[in-house]
Design a protein around this ligand. Sequence first.
Ligand code: NAG
Ligand code: NAG
Ligand code: NAG
Length: 303
Amino acid sequence: MKLVYAFLLMMGALCLYLSMVPFKEFTFVLKKDQGKFLQLPDVDCKQKPPFLVLLVTSSHQQLAARMAIRKTWGGETEVRGQHVRTFFLLGTLDSNNEMDAIAQESEQHRDIIQKDFKDVYFNLTLKTMMGMEWVHHFCPQAAFVMKTDSDMFVNVGYLTELLLKKNKTTRFFTGYIKPNDFPIRQKFNKWFVSKFEYPWDRYPPFCSGTGYVFSSDVASQVYNISESVPFLKLEDVFVGLCLAKLKIRPEELHTKQTFFPGGLRFSVCRFRRIVACHFIKPQDLLTYWQALEASQEQDCPAF
Ligand SMILES: *[C@@H]1O[C@H](CO)[C@@H](O)[C@H](O)[C@H]1NC(C)=O
Ligand SMILES: *[C@@H]1O[C@H](CO)[C@@H](O)[C@H](O)[C@H]1NC(C)=O
Ligand SMILES: *[C@@H]1O[C@H](CO)[C@@H](O)[C@H](O)[C@H]1NC(C)=O
């Protein structure tokens, strides 16, 4: 009987040990300052500190989306009396033609941030961290930063208004908060995460990667801590892990929902009172923008 107890005890200890091993032995950790910037935007944050910098993750084939954003919300530089700028985040491809096309686009628009890492979907964490690094090195004078995607509508004016009203300028992080999400363990799911990548059953609170906003000090702090946080290919969860370590809790920007990662049907009055909406095709973005511009005099019912 004693032997059985001893055996069970040993098995228990072994299980406990194995459950703790993965992070120490198997996980890969990001190295800061790796690779060099290949393209940098034309901006002098020291001379003219932006109130808000919008960083848009983009890929080489999304030229139409970038052009639509430049013609709409990304083209605005003065909003509610505040200076705002929009830049695109890109990695590299093997094809020289495509690299040349990006270099040319960067020369023309001066709004591309590119570093030397392979531009594939599951390098989105590297792309996001490149944005954090860029803010840390080149634009810590900005008050706020938004990280968003190429298929988004962003109401920069309303966001600016809400940020001014909120008046929280350090350790601030907001977006569509996922307070209690968990890893998907089905192998064939796009967002499958193995127990080796992430051994726990819950993610810390994080904001949907479709659009989140933070005070610029958070960029430096996340960049700084990123080396000591186990790497995860899901960029929004990875940022959530960094925030948890920094003890920064994502908080609401407004009492009403303003971030819509699941999309939202367009109407002028509705889109005047949201910050971000997902699943917007380039052509729709142009159409919606025209409708919003053309109806500036129109009153909307009070909420
Ligand atoms: C991400 O980029 C790095 C650096 O270029 C590359 O070594 C790695 O294979 C890429 N990741 C994926 C999933 O392709
Ligand atoms: C913003 O907050 C600071 C203190 O953190 C305060 O001094 C200032 O008056 C506030 N501004 C507005 C417009 O509420
Ligand atoms: C960066 O992180 C280290 C610990 O990882 C900490 O000691 C240091 O104060 C941090 N620096 C900044 C600027 O946050």
